[in-house]
Design a protein around this ligand. Structure first.
Ligand code: C2E
Ligand code: MG
Ligand code: MG
Length: 921
C-alpha cells in the first residue's frame, strides 16, 4: 500500500510504485542498500526514527524521518513492514496540497456513518468525529482529551487497550465492543483500528466504530429462538428433516436417524429417494411438486423407507415448503412418523392371515375388533388388552358393555362425536382408558368403522396405543413453560393468566383482589459477594417462605431475578392485602441458613388492589408501589395510589440528573470533625457527600445515595469522593499534621475496583494510607462475605470503621473475625444516653466490647455537653457531632480547626475537653 501523503512526499502515483522494490523511491540508492536499511529500521525500537535528506524529482529538498514496523496479522503470521515516512520541515507545497486534501478528508470523516476517533497510547481521545459524539451522547469537545475508558464497560477496557497497543502492527481485526452512552444505556459497536501517525510522528490508533446495537439485539433474539427450536429438534420423537427443494437432506434430527438406521452424517447429502423403498420411488416427485412450486403449503405422503439393515419402515411424512423472503419455497421441512407397527397390524387385521395375527399378538398396542350386535362385544382383542390395560376378555361377559367399562361415558361421547363428524376414520383420537385397577391410561386410538353390505355400521376396529409416557412428558413441558425452574413457582406467564382469570371472576363477585409485588433488598450484593449458587439457594428459600406465609388460595410466583409476586383473591377489604404483605415481611425476617452462612434478607413490597383494568397494569401499579417502598427505606410495604406514578417519574428524573451531576461538578464533600475525647483535639474529619442541585438546592445523601446505587453510579461517585477527600486532607495536613479522613463507602462499592480507586486517590493526593479510614455500615460488613477486599485494604494500611454500629445484626463472634479497626456507635444510642440506664448500659457494653477486641470506639451524633461528658466518662475514644461542628464545606475547615484549637471558654457549645483544669462536664 502507498498512502496519499506518501504520494505527495515522493511525488508519484501508487500505480507507479506498487509491486516494485522500495528502492524505486530512492534514486541513487541500490536495492541491497535499501533492503539493509529497512532491515535495520525494523529492529529499532519503534520510536527511534531514521532521518535522511531526500531530493524530490522537482528539485525540492526534504528532510524525512523514517520508521518501520514489522507487520503481523490476526492469524498470527507476520511478514513485511509498515514504513512511516514524515516530512520533517514540510515545504509550503506539501502543506497546501495536504490542506486541500485535508478539507476533503474532513468532509468524509464528518459525513461518515461510523464513529471515528484517534486514540493515543494512553487511550486518550485525540480526535472524534460528530457521529461518534452522537453515538455516545457527548459533545465532541467533551470527548476530546478524555480517556476512551470512560465510554467503556470495565470488561471491555482491556480489549480496547490491546487494540491500541497493537497499533504498530497494522490494521486490527474487527471486534465487538460495548460502549456506555451518556444516558447510561449501552451501544454495541463493531470496532477496528489502524495506525496513523500524528504531527510528531508518534503512532496513534485510528479507530472506527460502527453501531451494531440493533443487529446484536436481533441476533440475541434469534439465538434464543434457535435455542428453543434446537431442543425441540433434538428431543422430538418424530423425525424432522430440513431438505433442499430437490429433497436432498440438509439437517436431520436424532429420531430420523434412529428410524432409518443411518447416522446423521450419512443421511445429510442424500435425497429422500435414496432411502425410499424401490417400489415407492416413482410418484415421489409428483407428490411434492405442489409444495416445491408453492401451490400447496404441505402434503402428506404415506410410503415405505428402507432401513439401513434392509427392513421396511412404513412412514407418514408431512412435507411443507418453507418460504424465503419473497414467499417462494426455498427449502423443505418434513415431519416423518414411523407407522410401521400400525400399518403392519392393520394389514394383519384386514387380511386376517395367521402370520399377521401373530404379529398383532406380539404388538404392544391393543388391536381390536368390536361388534355392536347382537350385543356390544370384543370380537378380537390382542394380548395388550391384558398386558397394558389389565382386562381379559372374560371380564366382559355378554351384556357388560365392555367399551363403557374400558373408557367411560365421557370418552364414549368423544368417540361418537368423532364418528358423527366423520373424523374417526381419518385421524387418531385421544381417549383416557381405565386400567382394571382403576388407573387412568392416556391412549391414542386409530379407529375405523366396519360397515356391512347394506351400509349399516356394525362395528369398530383399530389400534390403541398407551401414550401415558408421552403425555407425562408433554405435561412436564407444559409445566416447564409455565413455571420457574429454580423455585418451582409459577412464572410470569402463568401468573398473568391467573390475574386475568381473577379479574374476570371479580366482575361477577363482590370482593377485592390484590397483587403484591416483592423485591428483595440488596440481593445483588449477596449474589455478587457470595456467588450465584448461594444466591439461587437464597431465592429458593425465599420462595418457600413466601409460599408457606401466603394463604393456600393465594398464588405465589417468581417473575425472575429477585422479584416475586403474590395474587390474593376474595379479600373482603383492601387493607387485608397490607396485612398479608406485613406477614410476608415477617416471614423473611429470620436468617436463612445457607451453606454455613447466616444470611439476612429483607424485601420491599408494593401492593395494588382492584379495581384494575388488566393484568399488566395491575402488575405495573404494584411494581410502582414497590419502588416507593424501596425508596422510603426498604423492608416495608407500600400501597399503590395514582400519585405514585408522578413520584416515580420524579425519582427517575433525579436518577438521570444524577448521571450528569459529577460531570457538571455539582457534587460537594462536606467535612465534620472527630475529636479525641481525651485531648479535645481534632484528630480526623468525616467526608460527607452533598449534591448541589442547580434548581432544587442542596440534597443530603439519604435523598440520592439509593438512587445512585440503583443506577450503578456509586462506584464512580465513590471514587470521586475518595479523591476529593484525600486531596483536601493532604492540603490541611501541611499545617495540621496527623489528621485522618474517614470516607463512607457504600456496599455497592466494595469490589476489587475499590482497591484501585483507593490506591489511585492516595497516589494522586500523596496522602499516607494510615490517614485514610473507610466507613462501612454494620449491616453491610455483615452482609459482605467477600471480606477479602476489606482485608486487602487493611494490608495497604487503611483502617476500616463500622458505621452506625448497633443497628445491624453482627454478633461478637462475627466482629472478632471481621477485618475492622473501629466502631462508630450509632447516634440513636448516644442521643438516648441522658435517658434510661438501659441505654447507658448498651453504650457501655459496646465500648467495652470494642476495647476488649482491640477496636476504637467513636461516639456519633454528640449534640450536648451532657452527652459528650457521658461518652467520655464511659471511656469512648473519640466523638463527632453538632456539639463541635456541623459538616462544613472545605473552605470553612481551616477556620474550624482554628476555632476548635482555641475554644472560647465562655461558649458552652465548645467545651474545652481534656484541657487541664477544665470544669468537669
Ligand atoms: P453517617 O456516615 O452515619 O454520617 C453521619 C451523619 O450524621 C451525617 O449525615 C451527619 O451530618 C449526621 N450528623 C453528624 N453529627 C450529628 C449530630 O450531632 N446530630 C445529628 N442529628 N446528626 C448528625 P449526612 O451527611 O446526611 O449523611 C448521612 C449518611 O449518608 C451518612 O451517615 C453515610 O452513611 C451516608 N453518606 C454520606 N456521604 C457518603 C458518601 O460519600 N458515600 C456513601 N456511600 N455514603 C455517604
Ligand atoms: Mg459515616
Ligand atoms: Mg453513622
Amino acid at each position: 500500500a502507498f498512502n496519499p501523503v506518501a504520494e505527495i512526499i515522493f511525488a508519484c502515483h501508487p500505480e507507479e510504485v506498487l509491486g516494485k522494490p522500495v528502492a524505486v523511491l530512492l534514486p541513487g540508492r541500490s536495492q541491497q542498500e535499501v533492503a539493509a536499511l529497512l532491515a535495520d529500521l525494523a529492529v529499532r525500537p519503534q520510536v527511534v526514527p531514521y532521518v535522511t535528506d531526500y531530493l524530490r524529482s522537482n528539485g525540492d529538498m526534504l528532510q524525512l524521518s523514517v520508521t518501520a514496523v514489522p507487520l503481523s496479522y490476526p492469524d498470527g503470521s507476520s511478514g513485511g513492514l509498515t514504513v512511516i515516512v514524515r516530512d520533517l520541515n514540510p515545504s509550503l507545497q506539501v502543506a497546501t496540497q495536504l490542506a486541500s486534501r485535508d478539507a476533503l478528508y474532513r468532509t468524509i470523516v464528518e459525513t461518515a456513518h461510523e464513529g471515528i476517533a484517534i486514540l493515543d497510547g494512553d487511550l486518550v481521545i485525540r480526535f472524534a468525529n460528530t457521529r461518534l459524539g452522537s453515538m455516545v451522547g457527548y459533545d465532541i469537545e467533551k470527548l476530546v482529551g478524555s480517556s476512551v475508558t470512560s465510554l467503556l464497560y470495565s470488561d471491555d477496557v482491556d480489549g480496547v487497550r490491546e487494540l491500541v497497543e497493537r497499533r504498530y502492527q497494522g490494521v486490527s481485526e474487527h471486534s465487538e465492543i460495548r460502549m456506555r452512552r451518556r444516558d447510561g444505556t449501552a451501544i454495541w459497536t463493531l470496532t477496528a483500528s489502524s495506525p496513523i501517525p500524528d504531527e510528531t510522528g508518534e503512532i496513534q490508533s485510528l479507530v472506527m466504530f460502527a453501531d451494531i446495537t440493533d443487529r446484536r439485539a436481533a441476533e440475541v433474539a434469534l439465538r434464543e429462538h434457535e435455542d428453543r427450536l434446537g431442543r425441540l429438534f433434538e428431543y422430538a420423537s418424530v423425525g424432522i428433516v430440513r431438505a433442499q427443494l430437490d429433497t436432498m437432506m440438509l439437517e436431520v434430527n436424532p429420531a430420523m436417524c434412529r428410524m432409518v438406521g443411518y447416522p446423521a452424517e450419512e443421511l445429510v447429502g442424500r435425497t429422500f429417494l435414496d432411502i425410499t423403498h424401490p417400489d415407492d420411488r416413482e410418484p415421489n416427485e409428483d407428490t411434492i411438486s405442489g409444495v416445491v412450486t408453492g401451490m400447496d403449503r404441505w402434503v402428506e405422503v404415506d410410503k415405505r423407507y428402507l432401513h439401513r439393515d434392509g427392513h421396511v419402515v412404513h412412514v407418514r411424512a408431512t412435507v411443507s415448503g418453507v418460504p424465503g423472503p419473497d414467499g417462494v419455497p426455498v427449502y423443505l421441512a418434513a415431519i416423518v412418523q414411523d407407522v410401521t407397527e400400525k400399518t403392519v397390524a392393520l394389514e394383519a387385521l384386514h387380511r386376517n392371515g395367521e402370520t399377521l395375527r401373530l404379529l398383532a399378538e406380539s404388538a404392544q398396542d391393543l388391536i381390536f375388533r368390536y361388534r355392536l350386535a347382537p350385543e356390544p362385544h370384543f370380537d378380537y382383542a390382542s394380548p395388550a388388552l391384558e398386558t397394558v390395560y389389565g382386562w381379559r376378555l372374560e371380564d366382559f361377559p355378554p351384556g357388560s358393555d365392555p367399551m363403557r367399562r374400558l373408557i367411560g361415558d365421557a370418552q364414549i361421547e368423544t368417540v361418537m362425536a368423532a364418528l358423527d363428524s366423520g373424523r374417526l376414520n381419518v385421524a387418531p383420537i385421544s381417549v383416557e382408558a381405565t386400567h382394571k385397577n382403576g388407573r387412568r391410561i392416556w391412549s391414542e386410538a386409530r379407529i375405523s368403522t366396519i360397515i356391512d353390505d347394506t351400509g349399516e355400521l356394525v362395528g369398530l376396529q383399530g389400534i390403541v396405543r398407551d401414550v401415558s409416557e408421552r403425555k407425562a412428558v408433554e405435561d412436564q413441558l407444559a409445566h416447564q413453560a409455565l413455571h420457574d425452574p429454580l423455585t418451582g413457582l409459577p412464572n410470569r406467564t402463568l401468573f398473568s393468566d391467573r390475574v386475568q382469570q381473577a379479574l374476570t371472576r371479580l366482575k361477577r363477585e363482590i370482593s377485592f383482589a390484590a397483587v403484591l409485588f416483592l423485591d428483595l433488598d440488596g440481593f445483588k450484593l449477596v449474589n455478587d459477594s457470595l456467588g450465584h449458587a448461594l444466591g439461587d439457594e437464597l431465592l429458593q428459600g425465599v420462595g418457600e417462605r413466601l409460599r408457606s406465609a401466603a394463604r393456600s388460595t393465594d398464588s405465589v410466583a417468581r417473575l425472575g431475578g429477585d422479584e416475586f409476586v403474590v395474587l390474593c383473591e376474595n379479600l373482603v377489604d383492601p387493607t387485608e392485602a397490607m396485612t398479608l404483605a406485613e406477614r410476608l415481611l415477617e416471614a423473611l425476617a429470620a436468617p436463612f441458613d445457607i451453606a454455613g452462612h447466616q444470611l439476612f434478607i429483607s424485601a420491599s413490597i408494593g401492593v395494588a388492589t382492584t379495581p384494575a383494568t388488566d393484568p399488566d397494569t395491575f402488575l405495573r401499579d404494584a411494581d410502582t408501589a414497590m419502588y416507593q417502598a424501596k425508596k422510603s427505606g426498604r423492608n416495608r410495604c407500600t400501597a399503590f395510589h395514582p400519585g405514585l406514578h408522578e413520584q416515580t417519574s420524579r425519582h427517575l428524573r433525579r436518577a438521570s440528573e444524577l448521571h450528569g451531576a459529577l460531570e457538571r461538578n455539582e457534587l460537594r464533600v462536606f467535612y465534620q470533625p472527630l475529636l479525641s475525647l481525651a485531648s479535645g483535639e481534632v484528630i480526623a474529619f468525616e467526608a460527607l457527600l452533598r449534591w448541589e442541585h442547580p434548581i432544587e438546592g442542596m440534597f443530603f445523601p439519604e435523598e440520592f445515595i439509593t438512587v445512585a446505587e440503583d443506577a450503578g453510579l456509586m462506584p464512580a461517585i465513590g471514587a470521586w469522593v475518595l479523591l476529593e477527600a484525600c486531596s483536601q486532607t493532604a492540603r490541611w495536613t501541611q499545617d495540621y499534621s496527623g489528621l485522618s479522613i474517614s470516607v463512607n463507602v457504600s456496599p455497592h462499592q466494595i469490589t476489587e475496583e475499590l482497591i484501585v480507586h483507593v490506591q489511585s486517590a492516595l497516589a494522586a493526593s500523596d496522602l499516607s494510607p494510615s490517614q485514610l479510614v473507610l466507613e462501612v455500615t454494620e449491616s453491610a460488613v455483615v452482609a459482605i462475605a467477600n471480606v477479602s477486599v476489606l482485608e486487602r485494604l487493611r494490608e495497604i494500611g487503611i483502617r476500616i470503621s463500622v458505621d452506625d454500629f448497633g443497628t445491624g445484626f453482627s454478633s461478637l463472634a462475627q466482629l472478632q473475625e471481621l477485618p475492622v479497626d473501629e466502631l462508630k456507635i450509632d447516634r440513636a444510642f448516644v442521643q438516648r444516653l441522658a435517658g434510661t440506664e438501659a441505654d447507658a448500659a448498651i453504650v457501655t457494653s459496646i465500648i467495652e466490647l470494642a476495647h476488649a477486641i482491640g477496636l476504637n470506639a467513636v461516639a456519633e451524633g454528640v449534640e450536648t455537653t451532657a452527652q459528650a461528658a457521658a461518652v467520655r466518662s464511659l471511656g469512648c475514644d473519640s466523638g463527632q457531632g453538632y456539639l463541635w461542628s456541623r459538616p462544613v464545606g472545605f473552605k470553612s475547615v481551616p477556620a474550624l480547626l482554628q476555632r476548635l484549637k482555641n475554644p472560647e471558654p465562655s461558649d458552652p457549645r465548645h467545651p474545652s475537653l481534656g484541657t487541664p483544669g477544665a470544669t468537669p462536664l
